[in-house]
Ligand binder design. Structure first.
Ligand code: VGL
Ligand code: ZN
Length: 195
C-alpha cells in the first residue's frame, strides 16, 4: 500500500544538493556515480516543476582559502571555488529558471556541510509554506546527510531519494542513511513516490 509519508504534497519541495562539476567524474573532488544520477534528478526536477513546486539547488561555494582545503589543514583538495568552472552545476543537469539557488560554505573559516548553515534556506522555505523536503544529490555522507539532518532538526519531513544520491565512501554513506532513518527520515525511490 502507498506510504502517505512519501506523497508529493502542495507543501513539498525538491532539494538538489551540490550537483557541481567538481563533485562529478573529471572534477577535483569526484564522487563516484555523480554523473550517473543526473538523469534521475532531471526526472524529479521535471515532476516538481510540472507540479509548480519549489526546486532548490544548493552549491558548495568556497573562497580560494577555505578552511576545508588541504593547504589549510582540511581534508579536501580545493574544490567548488566560487565562480570557477568546477563550481558550476553539472552540465547535464536541467534546472528551471526559477530554481532557488543557495550558495553555502562561503565563509573562509567555517566548514558548512548543511545547506541551512549561514544561508537563507530555512527562511525561504518557511515563507513558501514548505514542510516536506525531497533530497537528492551529493555527497550522501557529507552535504546530503548534514542538510537532511538539519532539516529534521528544524521540523521538516524529510524524504531521501536513494536512487538519486551518491557518496564519497560506501560505508559512511550507509551509516549516514541509517542515522537519518533513526532520526525520522524516510528513504524512497522514484517508484515509491506518488505524484
Ligand atoms: C561536500 C566535501 C566537501 C559535499 C562539500 O557537498 O558533500 N563534500 N565539500
Ligand atoms: Zn566543500
Amino acid at each position: 500500500m502507498f506510504d502517505l509519508r512519501v506523497g508529493v504534497t502542495r507543501n513539498s519541495a525538491l532539494v538538489v544538493v551540490d550537483m557541481q562539476e567538481d563533485f562529478c567524474e573529471g572534477g577535483s573532488l569526484p564522487v563516484a556515480g555523480c554523473r550517473k544520477i543526473v538523469s534521475k534528478i532531471n526526472k524529479y526536477v521535471e515532476y516538481f516543476r510540472g507540479a509548480g513546486l519549489t526546486i532548490v539547488a544548493t552549491r558548495d561555494w568556497h573562497p580560494p582559502n577555505h578552511v576545508s582545503f588541504r593547504e589549510r589543514g582540511g581534508p579536501w583538495p580545493p574544490h567548488c571555488v566560487a565562480g570557477s568552472e568546477g563550481a558550476r552545476f553539472v552540465k547535464e543537469l536541467k534546472l528551471p529558471e526559477d530554481t532557488v539557488v543557495v550558495s553555502k560554505a562561503t565563509e573562509p573559516d567555517t566548514e558548512a556541510y548543511s545547506a541551512f548553515t549561514l544561508t537563507p534556506l530555512h527562511y525561504i522555505l518557511s515563507m513558501r509554506g514548505v514542510r516536506r523536503l525531497f533530497v537528492v544529490g551529493v555527497a550522501t555522507d557529507y552535504c546530503v546527510k548534514e542538510t537532511a539532518m538539519e532539516a529534521l532538526k528544524l521540523g521538516y519531513e524529510v524524504v531521501v531519494l536513494t536512487d538519486a544520491i551518491a557518496g564519497v565512501s560506501e560505508e559512511t554513506s550507509r551509516e549516514a542513511l541509517n542515522e537519518l532513518v533513526s532520526k525520522g527520515a524516510i528513504l524512497a525511490v522514484e517508484e515509491d513516490v506518488k505524484w
